[in-house]
Design a protein around this ligand. Sequence first.
Ligand SMILES: N[C@@H](CCC(=O)N[C@@H](CS)C(=O)NCC(=O)O)C(=O)O
Length: 225
Amino acid sequence: MNNNTKYPILYSFRRCPYAIRTRMVIKSAKIVVELREIKLKDKPKDFLEISPKGTVPVLITNSGQVLEESLDIIYWALRINDPNNLLSEYNLSKKKFDELLKKLEDEFKPNLDRYKYPNRYSDIDKNSYRDKNLNYLLNLDNLLKASKYLNCNHASLIDYLIFPFIRQFRNVDENWFDCLNFHFLKKWLYDLMQSEDFESIMKKYNIWNSNDIPFYTNFSDIELT
Ligand SMILES: N[C@@H](CCC(=O)N[C@@H](CS)C(=O)NCC(=O)O)C(=O)O
């Protein structure tokens, strides 16, 4: 596939946790992309032609390579530029890093989906799925006793990879979450939610239309043309 545009193209959906973590890393890597915000309920034809599996995020590099997984896009970005040392290994071993991600994907996310969207499943008790995730939260809270972020005292890749899912989990019932005894985890979450890194990638973008003038951004306030 040829990409005849000036910059890599990122198909995204504002609230998707996979797209959120990807935009946070792209911002950290200071990479300019052509942002195409789409609606998941009305996916554009061009997007489905490029990526028939139909999930966001998707990135098309300048050489036309299509990356259809958030982690592939994230590592592509960090191979280009990692000015904030997101890839540094401090407290967290590679084994622990992989374990946290695997549990997030194989357990936390499916439980979260059942807690958040119980109507999509037949006959389930949503709160039992909420409670199944308490162990994962406890594990994070324990890690955060040792350092301000999961790997060290500054935000690094593992924080960005996990944070959007914890935020989404909290959003289902903020009052319930805010009463939990996980003080370190709550501080970590609130700090990230209030960070410029997060706020700058959550602006409301117009839905992309192929006839529009392309919208280029590196998710900072710098104007681009
Ligand atoms: N493994 C994929 C998962 C991406 C994913 O599931 N994204 C959701 C939105 S959060 C999606 O696009 N779902 C398709 C749909 O809802 O139609 C990744 O890491 O990029």
